[in-house]
Design a protein around this ligand. Structure first.
Ligand code: ZN
Length: 244
């Protein structure tokens, strides 16, 4: 064995000991179940990772999410990665991403989504990925768009171009959880504006949001995008809200 390799192994074990030492003083906790993480675990513990509820509908083009949009938008594909249940495993992850300034988990979840997309043959299938934009006021308040981070994570695993500055949100919406189902439609209706139509025309455009509930946001964004003649349009959501 060369000297350099020996040195590297020593450094690796020192850094692992150091990491264990640091975690004794500053233990890290699973973002989902709040149990203490082992030093080899990252943000989500092994048990929660195994229990994350997945849609597993990637290989079914006419899955239930696609069917939900059937008479509203002509999506080529409609895919969600996780199932979002109230007080379930996914809720604290999205909460940490949106309200606790945890940008790292956004990229990490995007990476996980991207791996599954790649495994199901979606690398290179879409030309342009458009994360649902936030209104400027909200972006300034939060400091980042959580969906941009998920997009970044996906693009690290599958071959796709991310377009963060092609569409703008022209009016702030009320916090969607505080309004009724019918109000949600009115809140988001026709509030997106394409600023770079040349980026869309002739492309297979895929829209991305962190969570899909009624689908009203996708309807409104698709409406704005379809005016500029994309070749095809699809949608992705990190999670799909479940009724039960
Ligand atoms: Zn956990």
């Amino acid at each position: 064995m060369h000297k350099v390799e020996i040195k590297r192994i020593k450094l690796d074990s020192i850094s692992s000991i150091w990491k264990d030492f640091i975690s004794l003083i500053y233990p890290e906790f699973c973002l989902s179940c709040k149990n203490e993480l082992l030093s080899a675990e990252n943000m989500i513990c092994t048990s929660c990772r195994a229990d994350l509820p997945k849609t597993n509908h990637f290989d079914n083009q006419q899955n239930e999410l696609w069917t939900k949009f059937r008479n509203r938008v002509d999506f080529e594909y409609a895919i969600a990665y996780l199932k979002f249940y109230k007080k379930g495993k996914v809720q604290p992850l999205l909460h940490s991403l949106k309200y606790h300034n945890n940008q790292e988990i956004g990229i990490h979840l995007g990476n996980m989504f991207g791996v599954e997309l790649k495994q199901n043959g979606f690398s290179g299938k879409f030309d342009l990925l458009i994360p649902v934009p936030l209104h400027r006021t909200k972006l300034i308040k939060r400091g980042y768009n959580q969906t941009d981070l998920i997009a970044k994570g996906i693009a690290e695993r599958v071959n796709v171009t991310v377009g963060n500055n092609i569409v703008i949100r022209t009016q702030a919406t009320k916090t969607q959880t505080k309004v009724s189902k019918t109000e949600r439609w009115e809140n988001v209706a026709d509030r997106f504006e394409v600023t770079k139509p040349e980026a869309i025309t002739g492309k297979h455009v895929v829209l991305l949001d962190d969570i899909v509930t009624t689908g009203a946001t996708f309807d409104a964004l698709a409406d704005a995008v379809l005016k500029h003649k994309p070749l095809k349009i699809s949608m992705l959501a990190l999670a799909e809200a479940q009724r039960h």
